[in-house]
Ligand binder design. Sequence first.
Ligand code: DLL
Length: 437
Amino acid sequence: MTEPMRHVDIETMPREKLEALQSERLKWQVKRMYENVECFRNRMDEAGLSPKDIHGVEDLHKLPFSYKSDLRDYYPYGLFAVPLTDINRIHASSGTTGKRIVVGYTKKDLDNWADCLVRMLKAIGIDKSDVIHIAYGYGLFTGGLGVHCGAEKLGATVIPISTGNTSLQIQTLVDLKATVLCCTPSYALYLGEEIERQGLKDQICLKMGIFGAEPWTEEMRKQIEAKLGIKAYDIYGLSEIMGPGVGCECEAQAGMHVWEDHFIPEIIDPETCEVLPKGSVGELVFTTITKEGFPLIRYRTRDICQLNYEKCECGRTHVRMRKPQGRYDDMIIIRGVNVFPSQVEEVLLKVSEGNITPNYQIVVGRENNIDTLEVNVEMSEELFADDVKSIERIERTITENLRSMLGIGAKVNLVNPKSITRSEGKAVRVIDNRHLV
Ligand code: DLL
């Protein structure tokens, strides 16, 4: 018997019922973490709080935050809430500095994770007749195995190709007739360019893609959709909270539903740490209320985000998060000015008019003790064939717009199509060479 396509009741639960469920689960989680996780117990004691003070979600704001540095300080297993014998799988993430962080899942955690993915796959119309090509990295990164287990649980046909070897990827797409592509958006764009270049677009059967693990813009979505002839969906997640599937788009594509029966999101001011009013932009914070192995309370993601509590046109009641447009720790300080890669991207896409592509790299250096900012952006094939004057004019426009957006000067270089190195995983947007001088 085939399963019904529509989502299960939990996804459309009235918010009062959902909040009652969250309250019960939060109390359960706080109690067991207090008993089993030393770092959490110490922070509760320091704040003069006991699990009995937490009556429900209305008390969430009283609880202490947790941070990425905790995962390093208690490396490898110090934050686990169950003995290692109850841990079924380990994942790890390298991060940008220092030791890698290690996370663990019980059998139940793995089941819940796969269920979150099944919800998304069903919501966007994927079923067991689909062939899913998973080009996220397998191994310690959560992307490959995370999506894999959801796709298998749904009953679809899974191709666990992992990352790398672009020509094999394309050959496999053609031969095995995948209908769904899963990888980072920057790699999807690269695959699209290569497929176009090799004239193979009409030999692939892809109808949709599930892309995440890095910030990407609506403009990039349009380009991926056009190059691959598919519909592109956004998926969000982080190793500390689960992996891919913490938030996913539905058929309405109006934000990513956060599965609130498992995770409670909040938006806080990263400076004052106050919870911000609904609809504000700020730092996304998560509390895991069903995780057994590696639970976290009020985890500071550093992702810049916004939440929408209005009911979605798809009928789901779970809150929707906006596409994160970057991370507070992606911020670079150039000559004392705070610069986010997303601001640069916004300027580039505004002046794009088909002349430049979303492939860019920000290079920061230092000359005579002064920070320098260079923005390299690939021009389109059409512009490449055009005259030098148009190229110079576009470079000038971008420079002026960057100056008015950021308040500092930048050297803008339109570089040849496909000259910026592509990554099979997450795109590298910033190269900071200041440590070299
Ligand atoms: O990137 C998990 C994942 C795998 C998500 C596959 C989606 C698909 P981490 O390596 O721990 O985990 O990196 C998590 O990546 O805090 C965000 O800054 C960023 N990120 C993830 N998904 C998105 C997205 C995986 N859809 C960090 N949009 C997060 C923007 C994203 N940023």
